[in-house]
Design a binder for this molecule. Structure first.
Ligand code: NAP
Length: 305
């Protein structure tokens, strides 16, 4: 007999781990946020906020991938803030640091302290709500990282502390040394990239009460524009459910991520206002186990045992 019960609907707002902050079930990301048109940039921020997104994710390294300078994406957001004084207070602002071009990673106390100060300057703010180590620097002891970030937290420069692209063991080690709870982890996770499902990261997040932010939730856009047989099979399995609820395949892709009991937060990467608004359709979708596992099976390209 096929189970026809629906999985619990993902919440529209949720705690950011044990940080005390409340965030939306979807986030908006600024990896691709670029250019000199501050009005157009402000329209993107407005599209996200007006569709219920309160968690905004940037990083100091966002810029070079768009042919711009290190820090350019943060600086553009800083210009948007400068033009709208009330805006900063309407969002939970997250950034990241620790990637150094040519190194490539540095989480030493001296570097992270300077990186946090530089991000605050570019953003034109005194405090970011969530500060994340962008990629693990295996040459810094987690105790040193913990002390550095706690000092920035005590100084009021950063609120919650998070990580990105850490293994479950690296998360465990940092959480062990932190006296402030580790609020979030940010792995790549989508119907095309299943790593956190099998690495133990989602299970660890539920055990420790850590929020999961899913980067590249559309596989960098490939779910919307599938090229390989595997990508087409995943998009087809998502479309079956999307059609039932009159939403786009991309909205179904976000909701597939959110349906996991860890309630991962997809970071919407679109830089098109209409597509940012449309992401909220993800809340309209209900998943049966059979439909959810059909997407997983299409992605795995082999049946589950
Ligand atoms: P994504 O949502 O997987 O991909 C976004 C891309 O898909 C955009 O180029 C977008 O184009 C395109 N797209 C969306 N809907 C489409 C549609 N219907 N048809 C065709 N193309 C479509 O996310 P992402 O940008 O790769 O990543 C999202 C966020 O994750 C980033 O902004 C960043 O905050 C975070 N991130 C973190 C890390 C990390 O290491 N922590 C790494 C990468 C990303 P349009 O803009 O034209 O809509």
């Amino acid at each position: 007999m096929t189970s026809s019960a629906f999985l619990p609907a993902p919440p529209k707002t949720r705690p950011l781990g044990k940080s005390g902050l409340t965030v939306s079930g979807l986030s908006w990301g600024m990896w691709r946020f670029k250019g000199n048109d501050v009005a157009a940039a402000a329209a993107l921020v407005d599209a996200a906020l007006s569709s219920g997104i309160t968690l905004f994710d940037t990083a100091d390294i966002y810029g070079p991938d768009n042919g711009e300078a290190f820090g350019a994406s943060e600086a553009l957001l800083g210009k948007v803030f400068a033009g709208n004084k009330g805006l900063r207070g309407k969002m939970v602002l997250a950034t990241k640091g620790g990637i150094v071009i040519g190194t490539p990673y540095d989480s030493s106390a001296a570097y992270l302290t300077s990186a946090i100060d530089a991000s605050l300057t570019r953003l034109g703010v005194e405090h970011v709500d969530l500060w994340q180590i962008h990629r693990p620097d295996v040459l810094t002891h987690p105790q040193e990282i913990a002390r550095t970030l706690e000092d920035a937290h005590k100084a009021g420069k950063i609120g919650a502390i998070g990580v990105s692209n850490f293994t479950a063991a690296q998360i465990d080690a940092l959480a062990h040394f932190l006296t402030v709870p580790l609020a979030s982890t940010q792995p790549e996770y989508s119907a095309l990239t299943l790593g956190p499902l099998v690495s133990g990261e989602l299970d660890q997040a539920m055990r420790l009460g850590i929020a999961v932010m899913a980067w590249s939730p559309l596989g960098g856009g490939r779910i919307a524009d599938p090229r390989s047989e595997r990508e087409r099979a995943v998009a087809t399995a998502l479309k079956k459910v999307a059609d039932q609820y009159g939403v786009s395949v991309t909205a179904a892709a976000f909701s597939w991520i959110m349906a996991h009991p860890a309630n991962p937060i997809p970071i919407v990467g679109s830089q098109t206002p209409a597509r940012i608004r449309e992401a909220a359709d993800a809340y309209k979708v209900k998943w049966t186990r059979a439909d959810w596992y059909a997407v997983l099976t299409a992605s795995r390209e082999e049946p589950l045992p």
